[in-house]
Structures are given as structure tokens and as C-alpha cells.
Design a protein around this ligand. Structure first.
Ligand code: SAM
Length: 286
């Protein structure tokens, strides 16, 4: 299929369209075409999207689709799509469905056999990750830390020993408090504080969580932030894991008592501790 054919707007299809996260020039040519040619646009905030569309001289029927009306609007959108109209879903900035409304609508489309396709583009999490300098091969997107202080702490406890790079979203009003909590629960680690990405005042501060708390004492947070936190190091995992006070032999016995063969238990211990299997075998035969 040629690109021209692939880019033809198909009736009855929902297009998930990414929009810029600050720099208008980041709206892709394909996104512009889709927004200009679909029959309707479902937008998180029609005023915000209206401003974007006016930059490109696009006028289009729009409807609001946000967290507070999504159940009711889902039915309306699905009905329009089933009648053969094509539609686009956009959020205020970046990729819909990523800490933004859209996930449930995509699920509803799938359940109703309505075709969905994506017009990819900006995502603040990925933009910040690429600028962090941390391991990018494996990462965990955590979005906003929500709920009570206790719930946030519990969520952090669950991922404390995750080796993957961690990505959080945060607003300027809460960023210092969030960084303090990250420091308290995850311990001292490298962090990249990325703000105003793609904008004139883009800034990425490479520091540690402890220093970041003090950094915000002197520099009032400005703009929206992505916090990219380095994953747990093997030493931290060893110090804080359930087996921290066990000898290697006790650790192997623990796994054997839970039903693993001696060989499987030794492999599990080597994986937990991040040490070569040979070291575990040697310990067990001595
Ligand atoms: N769907 C969006 C995406 O694809 O990135 C995210 C929407 S979420 C409601 C908004 C959060 O994304 C902000 O609070 C901030 O954490 C992050 N964000 C969005 N734009 C940003 C930018 N230009 N610089 C830094 N962070 C940004």
C-alpha cells in the first residue's frame, strides 16, 4: 500500500492524534491532514484544541471528551463512528491516553469492532527519557503519583527495588513535595528534572533526589515537570531485599522450602543477588 493510500481518511475509523507539548512546529504533517479531513474531533478541551486548529486554518465540529463526561460521550462517539463518520481524538497536549483521557474510548472501540489507528507524535515522558542520560532499554512509566500521602508512599514502596528507569509526571505546585517523597522512599539516586520541554525555556537539571529538594528551595518550580529517576542499583537491592539478612545458603533453603529444586533455587538466588551462578554453587558445595 502506498503512503498516499495509507494516509487516506477512512470513514468509521477513530484516529488517536498526538499534538505538540509546547512547540507548535511539532504537529506532524500527517496529524494536520487527519485533523483537517476527519468529520469530527473529540477534544479534552475544545478551547485548547480550537486554538491549535486556528493556527492551521482548520474549522471542524468538535465535542468535549474528558474525565468527567467520558462514559456518556463514549456512546455518542461510537455511534458516530458506527454511522460511517471518521473522528479524531486529541488531548490538550501530547499523546492521548497517556495520563490523558482516551484509554476507555479505545477499549470501547475495540469491543464494538470500530477500527482505531494512531497518528503518533509528542509524548513528554519519552522526550524527557531521551534527555535523561539514564538506561533507556527498560523503563517504567508511572505517570502522576495520585491519592493520599500514604497511598503514594505505598506505590513507591512497591517499585523501590525496580531496576528500570522510572518516569513521573508532576505539576509545578507539587513537584518539590513529590521529589522529597521520592527521596524519602527510594533513597538517594540520580534524577533528571525536565521542564518546559520543546519550549523556549526548556531545562533539564541532572542531579540527585536529595539535592533536587534543596534545588527547589532556591529555584521556585516553573512549568510542568517530568521527573526521570534512575532505577535501583544492585547494592540497594541487596541491602533492602527480603534476603538481606540471609546467608547465601539460607537464601537457597528459603527457595527450596517454597518448592523449587536445589538447582532452580540456586539460579533464583543468583538472579536475586545479581551474582554469578558459580558463586552460589561454590557456596553450596563448601
Ligand atoms: N499526554 C501527555 C503526554 O503525552 O506527555 C501528558 C499529559 S499530562 C495531563 C500532563 C503532564 O505531562 C504535565 O503535568 C507534565 O508532567 C508532562 N508534560 C507535558 N508537557 C510537558 C512539557 N512541555 N515539559 C515537561 N513536562 C511536560
Amino acid at each position: 500500500m502506498s503512503n498516499t493510500e495509507k494516509n487516506k481518511i477512512i470513514g468509521g475509523t477513530l484516529y488517536i492524534v498526538a499534538t505538540p507539548i509546547g512547540n507548535l512546529a511539532d504537529l506532524s504533517e500527517r496529524a494536520r491532514k487527519v485533523l483537517g479531513e476527519v468529520d469530527f474531533i473529540a477534544a479534552e478541551d475544545t478551547r485548547v484544541t480550537g486554538l491549535l486548529l486556528s493556527q492551521y486554518g482548520i474549522t471542524k465540529p468538535m465535542l468535549m471528551y474528558h474525565d468527567h463526561n467520558k462514559e456518556q460521550k463514549e456512546k455518542e462517539i461510537i455511534k458516530k463512528l458506527q454511522s460511517g463518520l471518521s473522528g479524531a481524538l486529541v488531548s490538550d497536549a501530547g499523546t492521548p491516553c497517556i495520563s490523558d483521557p482516551g484509554g476507555e474510548l479505545v477499549r470501547a472501540c475495540i469491543e464494538n469492532d470500530v477500527p482505531v489507528t494512531s497518528v503518533p507524535g509528542c509524548c513528554a515522558a519519552i522526550t524527557a527519557l531521551t534527555l535523561s542520560g539514564f538506561v533507556t532499554g527498560r523503563f517504567a512509566f508511572e505517570g502522576f503519583l495520585t491519592g493520599s500521602q500514604g497511598e503514594k508512599r505505598k506505590r513507591l514502596e512497591e517499585i523501590k527495588l525496580d531496576k528500570r528507569t522510572l518516569i513521573f509526571y508532576e505539576s509545578p505546585h507539587r513537584v518539590q513535595k513529590t521529589v522529597a517523597l521520592l527521596h524519602e522512599v527510594l533513597g538517594e539516586r540520580d534524577v533528571a528534572l525536565a521542564r518546559e520541554l520543546t519550549k523556549l525555556n526548556e531545562q533539564v537539571v541532572h542531579t540527585t533526589l536529595g539535592r533536587a529538594v534543596r534545588f527547589f528551595d532556591e529555584h521556585a518550580p516553573k512549568g510542568e515537570y517530568v521527573l526521570v529517576v534512575a532505577g535501583a542499583k544492585s547494592e540497594q537491592i541487596r541491602e533492602e531485599a527480603f534476603f538481606a539478612d540471609m546467608t547465601i545458603a539460607e537464601h537457597v533453603t528459603f527457595y527450596m522450602n517454597s518448592g523449587l529444586s536445589k538447582m532452580e533455587a540456586m539460579k533464583a538466588v543468583s538472579r536475586d543477588r545479581g551474582i554469578p551462578k558459580g558463586v552460589v554453587y561454590k557456596e553450596m558445595v563448601e
